[in-house]
Design a protein around this ligand. Structure first.
Ligand SMILES: [Cu+2]
Length: 507
């Protein structure tokens, strides 16, 4: 039952069009296509049973976004899911395809969906207040844009705290001609899971509501696994999920000795960093945040919130191998099992044995792009951004300003103004005790191995970087995708408490 082969058989994406598209269709709201084609709001209902209006573009995937109660850890919890699955339906395209996804909001609440790491036209980016109105209850929207990249990405709600409630899933774009050989392509989507409403978490941390065990851990000093360094956490989750399954009822996959696997490790968490390892096996990292890196071998890899690492692993013998994902700052983990036929499907319980732990968390210095990433010529525009916060009131800032979000409605952060064809440099200085995984929408940035290394030719391209306590990190990007883009900490509770800015292209 927990056996999954969905990733290995590479089903046609057309199979993913669910029956739910037929029948009661909400009125469409067209945002238009990436070519700038647009249509006015359309009030006609679809012909019964057709699923799609005669003039409507045909989606490859239909997402019915719905509220339902699920209990992956045993406690029934109100969740928001795509097509009833946790995580949501995997989107899988091939390089060069056109992205065509229809979103149906069947809930009583608004929602949006953001495509994390995708170089989208600005108006497809799915951020309420910045690029679109939230999708109202009963409404639908068709998202269409040309795919200009390959790799492992994901999608999630950018509305309220819906991401924590389950509105998230993998988004994979296969290369037409893969650079590396492998036998199986396996998505491993890891999340934290909360068995209470996420909207109570910040009020509990602020002592405005009675605290539950989820916030009892001191915010700046979570208790680590033995051998692991202290790591501050915001939420002490009751558990974590790997491809929607818990440690007690784990995700498993049958493999064969000699199989070369491409594991697409995606941290789809809301507030959790994982250290991931496969028992008895080293991993060869071939991509970070969807972009290729010069292959580098690691015994384990720390994956910050929203980051992705593609790794190659060759199953070297028969047996059962636990894929551990330990939540940093806790003694908890989730795990899955890769096993050869007949071998145990039970994970090893207890603390993972780290193989070759390198000193750092997120050891970015090991990442090198296989090709030069030096930016085109252009005016240099520099921003110094202090990542700050006030622990007393649980407020988080970028350059001392608070973005107006749910838990800081009085925030008044100003946008970062740039111009088309600027070379934009950002220096993060983290003056807090916590890690901040900083994400920029709509662009990849060069992650420099040390501050000021602007002439580094092969700096890796990423869309999310974890800036550690006291750390300075430099990034730079080329301003080639005009619009208004969100730039924020991907710890959803930090975002909801102000840690965000808009990046705005000026005329
Ligand atoms: Cu943060």
């Amino acid at each position: 039952m927990s056996e999954s082969d969905s990733s290995t058989t590479r089903p046609s994406r057309r199979d993913a069009i669910v029956a739910g598209t037929a029948g009661a269709m909400a009125p469409f709201m067209f945002l238009g296509s990436a070519q700038g084609r647009s249509k006015p709001p359309q009030d006609d209902a679809a012909p019964a049973g057709s699923g799609v209006m005669p003039s409507a573009p045909k989606p490859d995937y239909v997402f019915d976004i719905e509220s339902r109660s699920v209990a992956p850890l045993g406690t029934p919890t109100d969740a928001i899911l795509v097509n009833g699955t946790n995580p949501g339906t995997e989107i899988r395209y091939t390089e060069g395809d056109m992205f065509k996804v229809l979103l149906n909001n069947t809930m009583q609440n608004p929602c949006t969906v953001h495509w994390h790491g995708m170089i989208v036209p600005n108006y497809m980016d799915g951020v309420p207040k910045i690029t679109q109105y939230p999708l109202a209850p009963g409404q639908s929207v068709f998202m269409e844009y040309p795919l200009r990249q390959t790799g492992s990405y994901w999608y999630h709600s950018h509305y309220g705290l819906q991401e924590q409630q389950g509105l998230r899933g993998p988004l994979i774009i296969e290369e037409k001609r893969p650079v590396h050989d492998y036998d199986k392509d396996i998505t491993v989507f890891m999340t934290d899971w909360l068995d209470q409403s996420p909207y109570g978490i910040i009020p509990q941390i602020r002592n405005e509501q009675t605290q539950t065990s989820a916030v009892k851990t001191p915010v700046a000093g979570g208790e680590p696994f033995p051998g692991e360094k202290p790591f501050g956490i915001d939420v002490d989750y009751p558990g974590y999920l790997m491809n929607g399954k818990s440690l007690e009822d784990p995700w498993t996959m049958q493999v064969r000795q000699g199989d070369r696997l491409r594991l697409r490790l995606i941290n789809g968490s809301t507030a959790t960093f994982f250290r991931v390892d496969l028992e008895d096996h080293d991993m060869e990292i071939i991509a970070a945040d969807g972009q290729p890196v010069v292959p580098t071998t690691a015994g384990n890899v720390v994956i910050a919130i929203a980051e992705r690492y593609d790794v190659l692993v060759t199953i070297k013998k028969s047996g059962s191998f636990t894929l551990n994902a330990a939540a940093l700052g806790t003694k908890r983990k989730v795990a899955g099992v890769l096993h050869t036929p007949g071998a145990s499907k039970k994970p090893t319980i207890g603390r993972p044995t780290w193989r070759g732990v390198s000193g750092g968390i997120a050891d970015y210095a090991a990442l090198k792009s296989p090709y030069p990433t030096i930016l085109p010529e252009g005016p240099v525009r520099t921003f110094e951004i202090d990542l700050g916060g006030k622990m007393s009131g649980y407020l988080w800032s970028m350059a001392n300003e608070y973005y107006p979000e749910m838990f800081v409605p009085e925030g008044d952060a100003s946008p970062l103004q740039i111009r088309y064809k600027d070379r934009v440099r950002v220096r993060f200085t983290n003056s807090t005790m916590m890690y901040h995984p900083m994400h920029l929408h709509g662009h990849f940035y060069r992650l420099l191995s040390k501050p000021g290394a602007w002439d580094e030719t092969h700096a890796p391209l990423k869309d999310t970087v974890a800036v550690g306590p006291g750390q300075k990190i430099d990034i730079e990007f080329y301003a080639d995708n005009p619009g208004q883009w969100f730039f924020h900490c991907h710890n959803l509770y930090h975002l909801a408490a102000g840690m965000a800015r808009e990046v705005v292209y000026m005329a």
